[in-house]
Ligand binder design. Structure first.
Ligand SMILES: [Zn+2]
Length: 210
């Protein structure tokens, strides 16, 4: 209701008060009903907006979550996100065939990230040719980039290597690696995504030209 409307209503009320008390009563009832319905409309607008906001919240993309936050997805969500081979390795602890993986013989420079969540895991400078048929690294990028767990499958005791951020299976670590660490992180190519130094530089160049 704007000021002009209010003034007219007041005028009508004032006139009818003196000329016809019943008309005045009827008018004031009409005005209250009008005012209440206007308020109710406003409330339902707000409700709708709240609902829109809450649906937006559930649509949050897990890949935009900061690297420090752990990622927990359902099996179905992983299946949608990963290729069948990645899913088999990362989520079902599978192993790719020796000498078959994309990064086994790769000598490109860059950072190997988790193919499931993007966490930086290994640096190409720690990669060496172990002759095993799987990409091998003497150490992870940071001590806490990966998580280690005892693995009693296949009738032996091995140490499983998992992505610390999303818990995906990467491979195993053995103690027959090169000095000074003596460790061999034997990792499936299918669990990794190499971000080459060139690609990284291109990206930062794109950013700086913006
Ligand atoms: Zn991960």
């Amino acid at each position: 209701m704007n000021k002009k409307e209010q003034k007219t209503i007041q005028k009508i009320l004032w006139i009818s008060k003196w000329k016809n008390p019943i008309l005045a009563l009827a008018l004031s009832i009409m005005i209250s009903v009008f005012a209440i319905s206007a308020l109710a409309d406003k409330d339902s607008d707000a409700d709708q907006k709240n609902q829109e906001n809450s649906t937006k919240k559930t649509d949050v993309n897990p890949w935009s979550i900061s690297m420090n936050e752990k990622i927990k997805l359902t099996d179905e969500q992983w299946k949608k996100k990963l290729s069948p081979e990645q899913y088999r390795i990362l989520r079902k602890k599978g192993t790719e065939k020796a000498f078959s993986g994309e990064y086994n013989a790769s000598k490109e420079h860059g950072v190997y990230r988790c193919a499931a969540c993007g966490q930086p895991l290994f640096d190409s400078s720690d990669k060496y040719d172990s002759g095993s048929g799987w990409p091998s690294y003497s150490k992870p990028l940071e001590a806490d980039s990966v998580a280690l767990e005892e693995d009693q499958s296949l009738f032996t005791s091995r140490t499983e290597v998992l992505c610390e951020r999303c818990g995906s299976h990467l491979g195993h670590v053995f103690n027959d690696g090169p000095e000074p660490t003596g460790n061999r992180y034997c990792i499936n190519s299918g669990a990794l995504k190499l971000e080459t130094t060139d690609a990284k530089e291109e990206k930062s160049e794109e950013k700086s030209s913006d």
